[in-house]
Every structure is written in C-alpha cells, then in structure tokens.
Write a protein that binds this ligand. Structure first.
Ligand code: AMP
Ligand code: GLY
Length: 429
C-alpha cells in the first residue's frame, strides 16, 4: 500500500518510522516532513493547508491511506476532503476536530455526556470574566478558546495573575483565540496522557503515557509542548484506566456519534488523576508529541494494520499489541525554546545511534547535504526501551552523550516520577 503522512514533527517521524517497518507499506511519503522522515520516507513539499492540492497529489500517487499527524489540517477539514474523494484517512472530520479546536465545545459535550471535568464558565467580555474570577478566587485556570499553539492556558495561583491573564486574552494576546475565554476550576493531582483509537464506534485504549510539560529540570519554568515522555505511566493503574474508558472516553465517543459527528482517529485525553478519580483536563484530536514517539517504539503489531483499521471502521478486529518494556523519550531543544529558538546550528553524532530499541526521532531538523541542522524549537527526541524506567532513562541519556550540539539542551530528569515509584517498590518500609 502507498501511504502519505501529513506533518513535520517528531510525532510524524515516529509514525513514519513505524509505518516503514510494515511489510504492507510499499511507498511512504511525508508532507512536508523533516530531516528524520527523509531517512524512512520521501519528503514532499506539499502545502498541507491546501486540501485540493493534497487530494490531487494523493490521486496522482495512488495513495491508499493518509495519516494526518497534527490538529490544524484536521480542524481545517482535510479529512473531510480526502474522504469525499474516497480515500481512507486516519484522523477526525472537521466537526469532530472541534473537540480540540474549541474548548467551549468540549465543555458542552462533557456536560451532555456527564464526563467528569473541571467546573467552568465561558465569557465573551472582560468585565464578566473578571467578576467571575473574583467570585471564585485562586488558584484558577484561564484558557483562550480555540487553538493558541498551546500558549493560551494560564494556571493562575493568585488572583492578580488570573486578572492579568484575562486582560491579556481580551487585549488580543492570542489573536482571535482570545475572544472567548474559558475559566476553570483548578484540578489538583497527577497528570497523564491517555490515547484512544476510535473508528467512529469502537474504542481501543493505548498504554498510558506521562509527559513533562515544563521546560526546566524539576518541572520548573514555562510550559512547552513537552520535554520528554514515558510509557507506561504508573499513575494510570488498570482500575483508573477502566474508569477513564467508561466515565470519560466512551460517553464522549457515544455522544459524538449521536450528534452525527462520529470521532475517528486518535482521541487524546489529558487526564488529571485527582483524589476523586480521573477528570478530563482537555481533549486533543491527534497523537501527543512527544507521547507518540514512546508509543511507536513500544508498538509490536503492524502500524499499517492499526491505522488502516481506524480509517476503515474495522478497529475491533485489529486491536494493536504493545511491548511490555518501558519506553522513554528525552527532547533535545534549541537554545531559546520555548521562546525564539536559535536555528541553523549543526548537530553531529545523531545519525549512527539508531537500533531496534533506541531511535533518535527528529522534530525540527533539516538536512544541508551531509550536515544535520536545527530548524525549530524541539529538535531531537532520543527514545529508548528498557526493562524499567530507570534503564530506559539511562539508555536515552547515554545516547544523548554521543550527540554533539553545543546550542541544544535537554532536561536531565525525564521519567523521575516513574523512577521514584520503582525505587519505592524496591525498598519496602
Ligand atoms: P491545556 O492546554 O488545556 O492542556 O492546558 C495546559 C496545561 O495546563 C495542562 O497540561 C495542565 O498542566 C494545566 N491545566 C489545564 N487545565 C487545568 C486545570 N483545570 N487544573 C489544573 N491544571 C490545568
Ligand atoms: N505533549 C502534549 C501535546 O502533544 O499536546
């Protein structure tokens, strides 16, 4: 089968890497791709915001399956355009992508489906938003509605911080995303990323993942797209996973189908495990990045079978299997990230490290002849398997020590929660 992956991040390199391992993949394209996808596929300079151009390419190249990596093309309707042209596509329709595109829509679905989530209000003017936060008090969470590249959320620990966030939203700091603001109850607990494959009806939960969102070691500094991840996530016990499936994912998927907007693709639930059980923080309509990297390294069954089953409504006969080991990924980012990253610096030593159990996935990289250059904020995802989180971590950092890139940095503590749990189990008190 001829396959196209849309996107250019570490997530898409991981998807392309897993697809390329399938004997069913006869030809693989990634649009636009990056310096890493070029190793396992042919990069194509397609404008993925131009649905007609993508459909024309897919027809000309006789592509049998399209895998949409990021949310933006889905929110813009690329899946609808491809399906209308009769092409099997992994990803959500424009209507279903509203679960990520609009926080107010997600809250409405949660109300209708009785999904446990933070209490909230949504506001279209500054004065009523300010009045609401003064009434609720801090800590409180302020979110610009719509896609704000992950930057539209403020977890305000004081009222002053909350007021500033509200004013920023209405003064246009997040563009049109700020014209509606969702204000939420602060959820206290441990966070995890839970992914559910959905073919419109059936749901299959994947192993849970935990991600490190803050830029600095010790979970300090500003939020990022994610500085590292690991799977399994010990906080998601079998019992908690069952509750997430039954109380959060299934009611949502049923409600989406009842509305006539069935969800297909991968539903990414950001979960807070609170004292009262798991609660939904937010939905995304795609694999997480870097969560996807650890899931693809653990995936044991055929990635094409899995993605195609989701795209064609045959998920129940193709539930994927995962390796029992721990996979852990460390993000290497360019100086300046999550602000303005320094681009164009050279990286050496990253190409020779890959094996069956360790892969350096690329995010913001490009090739200049033989040279590998940084071309974005998050640049490399050094991803390793191990028999424990401690072993996977040690293997990832040993590989990083082989990479020469003076202008790059990474956190030194990815996986610390899982490793602390492993240590506690070894030393009974
Ligand atoms: P979001 O873009 O909605 O995922 O929010 C970004 C981050 O803010 C999440 O990953 C959480 O760490 C945090 N966050 C969002 N909403 C809440 C909430 N209601 N309570 C506590 N933390 C939150
Ligand atoms: N790593 C979190 C995300 O992809 O949104």
């Amino acid at each position: 089968m001829r396959i196209l992956v849309i996107g250019s991040g570490g997530r898409e390199h991981a998807l392309a890497w897993a697809i390329a391992r399938s004997p069913r993949a006869t030809k693989l394209f990634v649009a636009p791709g990056n310096g890493g996808t070029a190793k396992v596929a042919e990069n194509v300079a397609l404008d993925v915001s131009d649905a007609a151009a993508v459909v024309a390419f897919v027809r000309a190249e006789q592509i049998g399956l399209v895998v949409v990596g990021p949310e933006q093309p889905a929110v813009d309707g690329i899946v609808d355009a491809l399906r209308a042209a009769g092409i099997a596509t992994f990803g959500p329709s424009q209507a279903a992508a509203e679960l990520e595109g609009s926080k107010a829509f997600t809250k409405l679905i949660c109300d209708e489906a009785n999904v446990p989530t933070a209490r909230y209000g949504h506001f279209e003017d500054e004065a009523s938003a300010l009045a609401y936060i003064r009434k609720q008090g801090a800590p409180i969470v302020i979110k610009a509605d719509g896609l704000a590249a992950g930057k539209g959320v403020t977890v305000a620990m004081s009222l002053a911080e909350a007021e500033t966030a509200v004013r920023d939203c209405f003064s246009g700091a997040f563009g049109t995303s700020g014209h509606r603001v969702v204000i939420e109850e602060f959820l206290d607990g441990e966070e995890a990323s839970v992914f559910a494959l959905c073919d419109g009806q059936a749901v299959v939960l994947l192993p849970a993942v935990q991600d490190h969102k803050r830029v600095g070691t010790g979970d300090t500094g500003p939020n990022t797209g994610g500085m590292g991840a690991y799977s399994p996530a010990p906080v998601i016990t079998r019992e908690i996973a069952a509750r997430i499936e039954n109380e959060i994912i299934l009611p949502t998927v049923r409600r989406m189908a009842e509305r006539g907007t069935p969800f297909t693709g991968v539903l990414f639930a950001g979960i807070m495990v609170t004292r009262d059980g798991p609660k939904l923080i937010e939905y995304n309509v795609r694999f997480g990045d870097p969560e996807c990297q650890v899931l693809m390294l653990r995936l044991q069954s055929d990635a094409v079978d899995m993605l195609e089953a989701v795209a064609t409504g045959t998920l129940l006969s193709h539930a994927p299997r995962f390796r029992p080991e721990v996979a852990l990924t460390v993000v290497m980012a360019a100086e300046g990230y999550p602000g303005t990253p320094k681009k164009g610096t050279e990286i050496t030593g990253a190409d020779a490290l890959d094996s069956e159990t360790l892969v350096v996935f690329h995010a913001g990289t490009k090739r200049d002849g033989e040279r590998l250059l940084a071309n974005g904020g998050r640049v490399l995802n050094v991803t390793a398997l191990g028999s424990s989180a401690a072993e996977a971590q040690a293997r990832a950092y040993a590989a990083i020590a082989q990479i020469t890139w003076p202008e790059g940095f990474c956190r030194s503590d990815i996986g610390w929660r899982a490793i602390a749990r492993e240590m506690a189990q070894k030393t009974p008190d």
